[in-house]
Design a protein around this ligand. Structure first.
Ligand code: ARG
Length: 412
C-alpha cells in the first residue's frame, strides 16, 4: 500500500488534491495534515468537516509555540520584507517540517501541497521536503489546474467545497499576520473595502499607551504582566488591532519575480518591531545600528525565502545575538492614528549620556564645547578640496584651498 501526506486546509485547492493524488499519481491512501500556527478556530472546523466528508485521515499538529518563538526571533532581527513582517513566510518551514514528521511516522512515500506554480509557498515547502527521500508532489502546479477547473471537478465529484471561510479573497492567517489577496485586490488601483480587515479597526481618535519590556531583544511583558510568546502575540494583536495598527497595502516582489498586490494586517508585529527598534536606538552604538541594518535585511530575505535554516542565518544570528545582549529595558508605545509609535524608552544599557548631550551643560568630565572646533575645521575637508578643484577647472582660474585661509596649493 502506498501512502501520501497532503498539507491540508480544507479549501478548494487541497480538497481537489485528495482524489487527484489517487487518480493521477496512483497512491492508494492519502492522509491530510493541518498544522496549527495560530489560524482561527473556524479554519480547523472547516478542515475537520471537509476531511470527514472526504473520508480522509486527518492529523492536526500544534506548532504554535515553535512558530511564536520564531516570530520573536524575527523581532530581534527587525525582520520585514517590503514592509511585511513575514507571517506567511516564517510559518511555512514550521508547517513543512511538521507535515514531514507525520509523513515519515505514517510510512508515507509521497508528500504533497496544494500551492500553485505562481507563489512563494511552493518554494518554501519544497525547500524543506526535498531534503527527504519522499516524492514531492504539487498537483495544482503539475496538472496546471485553475480555480475554475477545480470548482467544476469538485462539483462533478460531489466534493465538499462549500467555500466556508467566506469572501472571494485568498486569505492566509496565522499568529503573526493575516494576508488578503486576489479577486478585485489584484487591481493595484482598486481601494480595498473595509471588509478585507478582520484584525484591525479603522483608526480612530482614541489613543492608548502601553509599556513593553524586553530582555535581550525578546519582548517578555506588557504593562508589567509577563506573557509567554503565543499569549504575548495574541494579546497585542487584540490591543493594537483595536487602534487600527498594522495594516500594509503593498506591491510585493515575489521570489519568482512576479509583482503582486498584497494586503496585510499585523498589529502585534508592528507594535513589537517598532518598540524593539526604539530600544536598539537607545542601547546600540551608531556603528552597530548601521551594520545591523545589513544583517537584518539579509535575515529578512532568508525569512521571506523560507530558508531560515540556512547556514547564513546561523551566522547572522551570531551577530544578532551578540548585539541583543544589551537590548534589555522598556519602551512605551502610543497607539494613535493607526500608528504604534515609541514615545519613551529606558534601559540600564543606554549608550546615552544626558549630561554629555544636553544643551544645558558646558563641561562634562574632560570634554568641553570648544573641543569640537578642531573636528569642525576638518569636517568636509575632502569635499572642500575636490569641489575647489572642479570649480577652478570650470572657471579656469587659480585654485584656492581655503581650509586655513592661506590660499596655498602646492599642486599649482
Ligand atoms: N505574499 C505573501 C508571502 O509570500 C503571503 C501570501 C499569502 N497567501 C495568501 N493566499 N494570502 O509571504
Amino acid at each position: 500500500m502506498t501512502r501520501v501526506a497532503l498539507a491540508f486546509s480544507g479549501g478548494l485547492d487541497t480538497t481537489v488534491c485528495v482524489p487527484l493524488l489517487e487518480e493521477e499519481y496512483g497512491y492508494d491512501d492519502v492522509i491530510g495534515v493541518t498544522v496549527d500556527v495560530g489560524q482561527p478556530a473556524s479554519e480547523f472546523e472547516e478542515a475537520e468537516e471537509t476531511a470527514e466528508a472526504l473520508g480522509l485521515d486527518h492529523y492536526v499538529v500544534d506548532a504554535k509555540e515553535e512558530f511564536a518563538q520564531l516570530c520573536l526571533d524575527s523581532v530581534r532581527a527587525n525582520a520585514t520584507y517590503q514592509g511585511y513582517p513575514l507571517g506567511t513566510a516564517l510559518a511555512r518551514p514550521v508547517i513543512a517540517n511538521a507535515i514531514l514528521e507525520v509523513a515519515e511516522e505514517q510510512g508515507c512515500t509521497g508528500i504533497a501541497h496544494g500551492c500553485t506554480g505562481k507563489g512563494n509557498d511552493q518554494l518554501r515547502f519544497e525547500a524543506v521536503w526535498r531534503d527527504s527521500d519522499l516524492e514531492v508532489i504539487a498537483p495544482v502546479r503539475e496538472l496546471g489546474l485553475t480555480r475554475e477547473w477545480e470548482q467544476e471537478y469538485a462539483d462533478e465529484k460531489g466534493l465538499p467545497v462549500e467555500g466556508g471561510s467566506g469572501g472571494d479573497w485568498s486569505v492566509d492567517t496565522n499568529l503573526w499576520s493575516r494576508s488578503v489577496e486576489g479577486d478585485e485586490l489584484e487591481d493595484p488601483s482598486y481601494v480595498p473595502p473595509k471588509e478585507i480587515y478582520e484584525w484591525t479597526n479603522d483608526p480612530s481618535a482614541e489613543t492608548q499607551e502601553i509599556e513593553i519590556a524586553f530582555e535581550k531583544g525578546y519582548p517578555i511583558a506588557v504593562d508589567g504582566v509577563e506573557y509567554d510568546p503565543v499569549d504575548l502575540i495574541e494579546h497585542l494583536n487584540g490591543v493594537a488591532g483595536a487602534y487600527g495598527v498594522g495594516r500594509t497595502d503593498s506591491m510585493e516582489d515575489r521570489m519568482l519575480g512576479l509583482k503582486v498586490r498584497e494586503n496585510y494586517e499585523h498589529p502585534a508585529a508592528t507594535t513589537l518591531l517598532n518598540a524593539h527598534e526604539a530600544l536598539e536606538g537607545l542601547v546600540l552604538t551608531q556603528e552597530e545600528r548601521e551594520f545591523k541594518q545589513l544583517i537584518d535585511q539579509r535575515w529578512s530575505k532568508k525569512g521571506y525565502e523560507g530558508l531560515i535554516d540556512a547556514p547564513l542565518v546561523d551566522a547572522l544570528e551570531g551577530f544578532v545575538d551578540e548585539t541583543q545582549q544589551r537590548v534589555t529595558g522598556t519602551v512605551t508605545i502610543r497607539f494613535e492614528g493607526g500608528q504604534a509609535r515609541a514615545v519613551a524608552r529606558d534601559s540600564e544599557y543606554a549608550a546615552y549620556s544626558a549630561e554629555h548631550a544636553s544643551f544645558d551643560t558646558e563641561t562634562v568630565g574632560k570634554i568641553e564645547q570648544e573641543d569640537a572646533t578642531g573636528v569642525a575645521k576638518y569636517h568636509g575637508f575632502q569635499r572642500r578640496l575636490a569641489n575647489s578643484v572642479t570649480e577652478n577647472e570650470d572657471e579656469d582660474t587659480e585654485v584656492e584651498l581655503a581650509t586655513d585661509g592661506s590660499g596655498e596649493n602646492e599642486d599649482e
